[in-house]
Design a protein around this ligand. Sequence first.
Ligand code: B12
Length: 210
Amino acid sequence: MNDFHAMTDALVSCDGGRLTELVNHALAEDTPAGDILNKGLISGMDVVGEKMESGEMFIPEVLMAAQAMGNCVEILKPLLGDEGSGSGASVVIGTVKGDLHDIGKNLVTMMLESAGMEVHDIGIDIAPEVFVDRVREKNVRIVCISALLTTTMPMMKQTIDALVEAGLRDRVKILVGGAPVTQSFADEIGADGFAADAGTASKLAKSLIN
Ligand code: B12
């Protein structure tokens, strides 16, 4: 049996117990944690997204799948470490106003923390002025902005514009990401970087501060 397909099935049927069992089994067979995350859990959530779009899965089910994935990410967390040299840099990360998706943001947080950065996760549905306040009050070097909806992507630009207006733009590097975000969108809105996954986000963050 292919464990990665079975993980997708467990996510689609919202069977958290089965998913945890499959993840533990894969780990016991020495499957790399990064493969379990990318080929099992994230690919599985893509299928959940397709089923959500086609009306085969509804919000409460998607939430249960998200919870099941979150529990498994906790298991993988200690094994996904990305060795050091974030040199304690302070990072503020949040999901933009109007957007409640946080699984990807949490993964980016985890990778930045394991690279040795001090990450302030300010949560979901975060208004531009809240980002501004948090950057003002901390000695922040990187701001990470997440958005998962095409309708909330413009809020990323509004957040960057608010940092410009507050005179804080030059103090920080700004990274953007989330499934609908692209490099060209990042360039268009004046971000310093874009990454398609949490591992790349951590490498990029390190390269921007070093
Ligand atoms: C889970 C989920 C939900 C859950 C969220 C639970 C939670 N705690 O996050 C719930 C049920 C709440 C939800 C609600 C909705 N959702 Co939803 N959801 C999803 C789903 C299935 C998975 C998202 C996910 O977690 N993926 C796994 C993570 C690991 O991937 P990721 O977020 O992309 O993150 C990675 C990278 O993008 C990157 N990254 C992420 N953030 C950042 C930030 C930085 C700085 C960097 C560098 C990198 C980075 O690194 C991450 C790790 O590798 C997606 C489908 C999909 N495949 O994306 C739909 C999806 C995003 N949702 C969608 C929709 C439409 C909605 C709703 C509007 C549905 C509705 N009718 O109510 C609401 C909106 C609520 C709101 N206001 O936000 C659509 C969006 C379509 C669009 N064009 O915008 C999608 C694509 C589903 C679909 N195919 O239709 N959703």
